[in-house]
Every structure is written in structure tokens, then in C-alpha cells.
Ligand binder design. Structure first.
Ligand SMILES: *Cc1c(COP(=O)(O)O)cnc(C)c1O
Length: 383
């Protein structure tokens, strides 16, 4: 059996090696390292892939979130509602901009922000909602957009884990994740579903005025050379990273399909066990089939319900099976983000999930033998 890895970037590289090396050579010879033709072409290709009017490349996913919030003109003291169960970057940028993060609980099945909890958290100061498409599955965007319309709020999608996922609305219309809210942020960190070989990120929007504002903010607030109209940042995607992303983008759907196939095999091998809850699909996604594209399985995350999650994790480590606990601590309990407004009883789902979740190796190169071995090891341990 091949060595099991959480993410297998080496095998993926073998497939695109020639393309990447040729483009690297081109970039090196042209010396257009920043904002070169590779970046412009990637931007255009990603706009076409997503069906969105504007992609604004930037340096990483955290910057993308921050710049999106700056572009919307959010002001210190404005409240921004986001999920308690997510990677810290989401809440970090809210706090960094001196906006007030308001963490709310998630749904037990999809692990995504709970629209009812959003409703309860709205105050006259609320200005925006940041749904995170956690582990590769879209949040309940129909409900979230409806709440946003009712209360005149912005919706900023954190699409770092969701790129390539398709959201189907109740009326049957389909959109790519990250193209539904007012603006979205994504990350091209190497282990993301569309990852480069360093740091990278992008912001998406269909709003022409906002896109213009964002293009200035990423470049020191400059709209005309050496005229600084707003306070901006320096956040750029470099040409070498864009070259990697251009090699991978045409394969993204195939990569995601391979992840879904791996998820299907895991499901078949682990379903029905009394102590395991396999990943559940949200309402907007009712099945996994060969053509269904709603979940892109950035992570394949089980819930272990018999209280033995940590023992299982230790056992997997002994057996050389990589795994991850995403995420072990609710954000509302993190030192940096505690707030007297939070009450433990407002977070029953997150408080439970942090004790039960475990993510298994998931990438486009996982083979059947590895999946069987991982599933058997888990079943044998839990018996
Ligand atoms: C990875 C990630 C980010 C941050 O992206 P970076 O490129 O690492 O800055 C933000 N939000 C979520 C949900 C992520 O998974």
C-alpha cells in the first residue's frame, strides 16, 4: 500500500509537472513576477469557471476576507455575524478591523452556520453575515440571503473550503459557491481544493463598483498611479502562483469528483456503525452521484459519538494514519474572542462537535486500498 497522507500534493504535481515547469520558465524569463500576464489570464479563467463578473486576486484567503470587509465600508463597532465552528481567520479579520464579531451556533448535520441562530443574533448594529462553506459544503444560502434582504445586511461568503461546489436553490437554480452573496473570499493555500505552491487568495463579486473599490484596496488604495484615494493594503497574487493555479483550474472539477468518489467509498465502509455519523448532506444537496457537484469534500469529517474520539485519534496515529481535529475549540471559547455576551447554552451544537469530529485523509489521489485500510482500522478500534 502507498503511504497514506492527509493531503497528497506530490502525486498531484506529477500530473501537471510539465505544464507548471514550462509556465515557470516563461515567468522567469519574462521577469513579470507581479501582476504579469499569468495573473491576468488566471483572473479571467477563474471568472469564466465561476460565472462571476469579477475576480480580484490577492495574497491569501485571510487578506481576501479583510479586503472584502474593507471594500464594503464596514466601520468600527459594526456587528458581523459568523459561525462559531470554523477556522479562526474568519473571526480574526473582523476583530482586526475593529468590527464586532458575533459568533453563532451551527447546524449539526451540515456543520454550517444556523440561519435561526443568525436571526436571533441580529441587532440594529448588525451590518454583515459571513457564512463559511465549511469542509466543502455550502451553507444554507437561500435562508441567509433572505435574512440579509429583510435586514439590509451584506453577505460575505468565506469560500476558502468550498471552491468548485455548486449550490442549488429551492427554485432549482444553480450557482457556484462564492457567487451568491455580495462578495466572497477564497484561499489558494496549498492544501485547499484549488491550491498553489505558496500563499494565494482571491475575492469574487458581481458588483462593478465594489470590484473597482477592491482593486484599489489590494494595491495601496491606488486607482491612479501614486494617487491614494483610500487606505489600502499590499496584497498580491504573484505570477508563479498564478501559473500553478492555471495548470490546476482546468482539473478542479475532476479533482473534486475524485474527492467525492473517495467520500462515497468511505461512506459505504463506515455507514451504519452505531458510534459513527458519516458526513451529512445539507438540504440543498440530497445525494452524492457521479454528476452531483454540491459537496467538494475539502474535509471528510466523521462524528464519533461514543466519547472515544481522542482515543481513536491516538490509535490512528499509532497505525500511521494521518487525521485532523477541525476544530478542537469553539471560537467563542478562544482567549482572543471571548465576549461577555456569549452564553454556553447558545452553542450546544459547536460545543458537542468539537468533542466528536475527526477528519480523515482526503485528497484527489486517495486509492481504494488506502480507504479500506483506514475504514477497517476505525471499525476494528470501535468494534
Ligand atoms: C484556509 C482558510 C482561510 C484562510 O486562508 P489563508 O489563505 O490561509 O489565509 C479562511 N477561512 C477558512 C474557512 C479557511 O479554511
Amino acid at each position: 500500500m502507498r503511504k497514506i497522507q492527509m493531503v497528497d500534493l506530490q502525486s498531484q504535481y506529477e500530473e501537471i509537472k510539465d505544464t507548471v515547469q514550462n509556465s515557470f520558465e516563461e515567468v522567469l524569463e519574462s521577469a513579470a513576477f507581479i501582476n504579469g500576464p499569468q495573473v491576468r489570464s488566471f483572473q479571467k479563467e477563474l471568472e469564466d469557471y465561476l460565472g462571476v463578473k469579477h475576480v480580484i486576486p490577492c495574497a491569501n484567503g485571510t487578506d481576501a476576507l479583510q479586503i472584502a470587509m474593507m471594500g464594503l465600508g464596514l466601520k468600527p463597532g459594526d456587528e458581523v455575524i459568523t459561525a462559531d465552528f470554523t477556522f479562526a481567520a474568519t473571526v480574526e479579520v473582523i476583530a482586526l478591523l475593529q468590527l464586532t464579531p458575533v459568533l453563532v451556533d451551527v447546524e449539526p448535520d451540515s456543520f454550517n452556520i444556523d440561519p435561526e441562530a443568525i436571526r436571533k443574533a441580529i441587532t440594529p448594529k448588525t451590518k454583515a453575515i459571513v457564512p463559511v462553506h465549511l469542509f466543502g459544503q455550502c451553507a444554507d444560502m437561500d435562508s441567509i440571503m433572505e435574512i440579509a434582504r429583510e435586514h439590509d445586511l451584506y453577505v460575505i461568503e468565506d469560500n476558502a473550503q468550498g471552491i468548485g461546489a455548486t449550490y442549488t436553490s429551492a427554485d432549482g437554480s444553480k450557482k457556484k459557491s462564492g457567487t451568491i452573496g455580495h462578495v466572497a473570499a477564497t484561499s489558494f493555500f496549498p492544501s485547499k481544493n484549488l491550491g498553489c505552491y505558496g500563499d494565494g487568495g482571491a475575492i469574487f463579486t458581481n458588483d462593478d463598483d465594489l470590484a473597482h473599490t477592491l482593486r484599489g484596496i489590494v494595491n495601496h488604495g491606488m486607482y491612479e498611479r501614486y494617487h491614494h484615494d483610500v487606505v489600502g493594503v499590499n496584497s498580491r497574487l504573484d505570477s508563479l502562483q498564478a501559473a500553478v493555479l492555471r495548470a490546476k483550474l482546468p482539473k478542479l472539477d475532476a479533482y473534486n469528483q475524485r474527492r467525492r468518489n473517495a467520500a462515497k467509498k468511505y461512506n459505504a465502509a463506515l455507514n451504519g456503525h452505531q458510534d459513527i455519523i458519516i458526513p451529512q448532506l445539507a438540504n440543498n444537496c440530497t445525494f452524492i452521484c457521479d454528476t452531483c457537484d454540491c459537496h467538494v469534500f475539502h474535509q471528510y469529517t466523521l462524528r464519533i459519538t461514543n466519547g472515544k474520539r481522542d482515543e481513536l485519534a491516538a490509535h490512528l496515529a499509532e497505525k500511521d494514519i494521518p487525521h485532523g481535529i477541525y476544530y478542537p475549540i469553539p471560537l467563542h471559547s478562544q482567549k482572543a474572542y471571548r465576549d461577555e455576551r456569549y452564553r454556553e447554552e447558545d452553542f450546544p451544537v459547536t460545543n458537542q462537535l468539537v468533542k466528536e469530529v475527526i477528519s480523515l485523509p482526503m485528497h484527489s489521489e486517495l486509492d481504494d486500498e488506502q480507504i479500506d485500510y483506514i475504514a477497517q482500522t476505525i471499525r476494528n478500534f470501535l468494534n
